[in-house]
Design a protein around this ligand. Structure first.
Ligand SMILES: Cc1cc2nc3c(=O)[nH]c(=O)nc-3n(C[C@H](O)[C@H](O)[C@H](O)COP(=O)(O)OP(=O)(O)OC[C@H]3O[C@@H](n4cnc5c(N)ncnc54)[C@H](O)[C@@H]3O)c2cc1C
Length: 419
């Protein structure tokens, strides 16, 4: 049986869920979210860092690239889908800083809103992010970062060895100090996605799980709906592509053009609960470490070009463990609870792909969030809600439009919807 909606969101990771939540606050819109729950869903794999400055300057998983390039310490297998060259990791453009920082600033209010109105607590914690400095190379890199962000000087703090040990007594004596980003915090990524989803559901969004979108319907150049395997045809006025690492298929069906989103594998591991040994999140030249509200510690993450493979592999996991024990020696006695891998939706310039595409009506991208989709989900939901409702945007999305890529149509003519 056909179903009719104002907006259909294809993909129910953190990005689709955030769009659904923001749109659900409009009482006049009928919205459906359709998700297939594919293995490798990035949201369920994530660390939950809201590392707005850290990620914008190439820390997080990016620092692993740095070491690979500069000291050749990492094996080939940690290569990236995004081109690894002398500029990787690099400081992302000003437009990305704005995007990341504006999103970051939304979390305190969003946390209160979802907790008070919908009973969902995504465990927002003010932690800061410290880049741990072991040697001269780390210090040079940290100084380079600080030199690149003079406008954020009030959000950056140098810690010498004594100050670092005072705030993080469990950190190894090998650490000489740290560079801290004061506004970089963390959430539980699973709870964040669940909170958006539950808020949307309570506000009236229809959620279809285990449902695969297999095609897109058109009338002329307008997208008019989707075909699914499990629930048949859905009609809509606007389709939002929140397909994560699979977004290129959806864009091809909708517009005839494959947007350049590719899976970038990340392996990560979780320890059993420990007494609180960290006051904030740490990133080093080997890994990052984040203790969550329940005491478990996440250690991440690799950056690999392996297509849709989501296996976990000994050398990569062992490398992360060694890096974590180097930073926090007491981790050597802790049990590992679980390891897993997820697929970041990577784009060639590491920027998200948002908004409309030339020549197609009724279609919006909300994809390509690579390694910061948890952080930037908040602003993405706000932007997509405003795009659907044709309202002024809080930031210029020109740098994030798909049209920035020179991409030839995959097929010249879109199939017309059958009457
Ligand atoms: C190891 C790791 C650590 C990370 N750590 C962080 C972090 O600390 N902070 C941060 O901000 N980000 C982090 N990220 C990145 C972040 O997880 C992603 O950017 C974000 O989850 C992307 O969300 P998404 O909704 O676009 O994609 P996904 O979460 O992958 O969701 C896409 C969904 O779309 C569905 N789908 C696709 N095609 C179809 C279709 N045709 N029909 C129906 N459903 C479909 C899929 O099944 C999937 O459920 C990390 C990622 C990894 C892998």
């Amino acid at each position: 049986m056909s179903k009719f909606y104002d907006v259909i969101i294809a993909g129910g990771g953190v990005i689709g869920a955030s769009c659904a939540y923001q749109l659900s606050k409009r009482k006049d819109l009928k919205v459906a979210l359709i998700d297939a729950k594919r293995p490798g869903n990035a949201t369920r794999a994530s660390a939950g860092g809201l590392w707005a400055i850290g990620e914008s300057v190439g820390l997080g998983c990016g620092v692993i690239f740095f070491r690979m390039m500069s000291a050749n310490r990492k094996r080939e297998t940690q290569g990236a889908a995004v081109a690894v060259d002398a500029s990787t990791p690099h400081i992302l453009p000003e437009s990305f800083f704005d995007f990341a920082l504006q999103s970051n600033a939304l979390y305190p209010a969003l946390h209160r809103e979802l907790k008070d109105n919908h009973g969902m607590d995504f465990k927002f914690e003010k932690t800061g992010l410290k880049f741990v400095i072991y040697d001269d190379e780390d210090r040079l890199y940290a100084e380079h970062i600080v030199g690149c962000i003079p406008h954020l000087a009030d959000q950056v703090r140098w810690l010498d060895q004594a100050a670092l040990r005072e705030t993080e007594p469990s950190v190894s004596h090998e650490a000489r100090g740290a560079l801290e980003f004061l506004c970089d915090h963390q959430v539980s990524p699973f709870r964040l996605a669940d909170a958006y989803m539950e808020g949307a559901r309570q506000n009236g969004v229809d959620i279809f799980v285990n449902t695969n979108v297999t095609g897109v319907l058109h009338h002329g150049t307008r997208v008019t709906g989707v075909q699914t395997t499990e629930e048949g045809v859905f009609h809509c006025k606007t389709l939002i592509n929140a397909g994560g690492a699979w977004a290129a298929d959806l864009s091809e069906w909708a517009t005839g053009i494959r947007i350049p989103v590719k899976p970038v594998k990340g392996q990560i591991l979780l320890t059993e609960r420990m007494p609180k040994i960290l006051n904030g999140c740490l990133t080093t030249s080997d890994c990052y470490v984040a203790q969550k509200d329940n005491g478990e510690i996440l250690i991440g993450s690799t950056t690999e070009d392996k297509g849709f493979d989501v296996t976990t592999t000994y050398p990569e996991i062992a490398g992360l463990v060694q890096g974590a024990v180097r930073c926090l020696p007491e981790l050597k006695d802790v049990n590992l609870k679980r390891t897993w891998a997820g697929l970041r939706p990577g784009s060639p310039d590491e920027l998200p792909i948002l908004g409309p595409m030339r020549g197609v009506e009724g279609y919006l991208n909300a994809c390509g969030h690579f390694r910061t989709g948890i952080l930037t989900s908040a602003i993405t939901g706000v932007l997509l809600d405003k795009l659907v409702n044709d309202e002024p945007l809080p930031l210029d999305i020109t740098p994030f439009l798909a049209d920035r890529f020179e991409t030839a149509p995959v097929k010249q003519e879109l199939e017309l919807e059958m009457a």
